[in-house]
Ligand binder design. Structure first.
Ligand code: CA
Length: 234
C-alpha cells in the first residue's frame, strides 16, 4: 500500500507524524482548528486523530498527505471516521483533495467529500456540483453517517477512466458513483456542468471544513491508500 497509518506511534495531544502529515487547510488557515493524536477514541489500537474545528471557514483543520501526487491514475483510499454529531443540512467537508483539473495558478479548487442535506456526498468546489444531485431521488441514493460510531469509508478514483466509486462499511453507495453516462439525479448535473473533468487529485486532506457554521468533532483512524481496493477490517 502507498500509505497505511494507524496513528499508534503518535503522542496524545501532539500533531500526527510530520513525516507523513501536515496540518492545515486550503485557501486559508487561521489556526483555530486543531488536529491532534487522541488516546480516548480509536478504531485500531489506542490512538486516532481528533479534529477540533474552529467555527469559521478558515478554522477548518485537515491532516494532509501528499502521496497521491506520485500515484498513477488509479487511487483507492480507505479510512475510518467517527463523528460526535450526525451530518446536518448545511454543507460540510470531511475529505478534500486538490483538484488538479479545475485548479489554476491563481485559483485553488478541491474535490470534496462531506455532508449536505444530512447525507454523505461529493462536491466539486469549482462549480459546486454535487454527487448525487440533492434532489429527493438523489438524496435517497446516498447514506447518513451515524454519530459516535466508527464508520469505514472507501473511495476509488480513476482519472484515466473518469470514474469514481464510494463505499460505506463495505457497501457501494449508488448515489456517489461517477461514470461517463449521465444518470438523472446522480451524475447528470456533475457531467453536464464540466464534461471534460476527471477525478485527478494531488493530495489527501481529511478533517472538517464548514461553510454554514456547522461544527463537530471528528476522529480519524486507519487511513490507507493503494492502487487497488483496500477494504474494511473488523
Ligand atoms: Ca489507531
Amino acid at each position: 500500500m502507498t500509505l497505511c497509518e494507524s496513528f499508534e506511534t503518535g503522542t496524545a495531544g501532539a500533531a500526527p507524524d510530520a513525516n507523513t502529515w501536515s496540518v492545515g487547510g486550503p485557501n486559508c488557515f487561521d489556526g483555530t482548528g486543531k488536529a491532534v493524536i487522541d488516546n480516548t477514541q480509536a478504531h485500531s489500537g489506542g490512538r486516532s486523530v481528533r479534529i477540533d474545528p474552529g467555527t469559521s471557514y478558515c478554522g477548518h483543520a485537515f491532516i494532509i498527505n501528499q502521496a497521491v501526487a506520485s500515484m498513477g491514475p488509479v487511487v483507492y483510499a480507505r479510512f475510518y471516521v467517527r463523528l460526535a454529531q450526525v451530518l446536518g443540512d448545511p454543507h460540510v467537508t470531511l475529505v478534500s483533495m486538490h483538484d488538479a483539473i479545475a485548479s489554476t495558478s491563481s485559483s485553488v479548487q478541491d474535490l470534496r467529500m462531506g455532508g449536505q442535506s444530512s447525507i454523505l456526498m461529493w462536491n466539486r468546489s469549482k462549480d459546486d456540483a454535487t454527487l448525487p444531485s440533492l434532489s429527493p431521488t438523489g438524496i435517497a441514493a446516498s447514506v447518513k453517517l451515524p454519530a459516535a460510531t466508527w464508520t469505514c469509508i472507501e473511495f476509488g478514483l480513476d482519472s484515466a477512466m473518469g470514474t469514481m466509486q464510494t463505499w460505506v462499511n463495505g457497501n457501494l453507495v449508488a448515489g456517489m458513483a461517477l461514470d461517463t453516462v449521465q444518470t438523472p439525479d446522480i451524475d447528470a448535473s456533475w457531467l453536464g456542468s464540466m464534461p471534460t473533468w476527471v477525478p485527478k487529485v494531488s493530495d489527501l486532506k481529511i478533517g472538517w471544513e464548514s461553510y454554514g457554521g456547522s461544527t463537530n468533532t471528528v476522529w480519524i483512524d486507519d487511513v490507507a491508500l493503494g492502487t487497488s481496493r483496500v477494504g474494511c477490517s473488523p
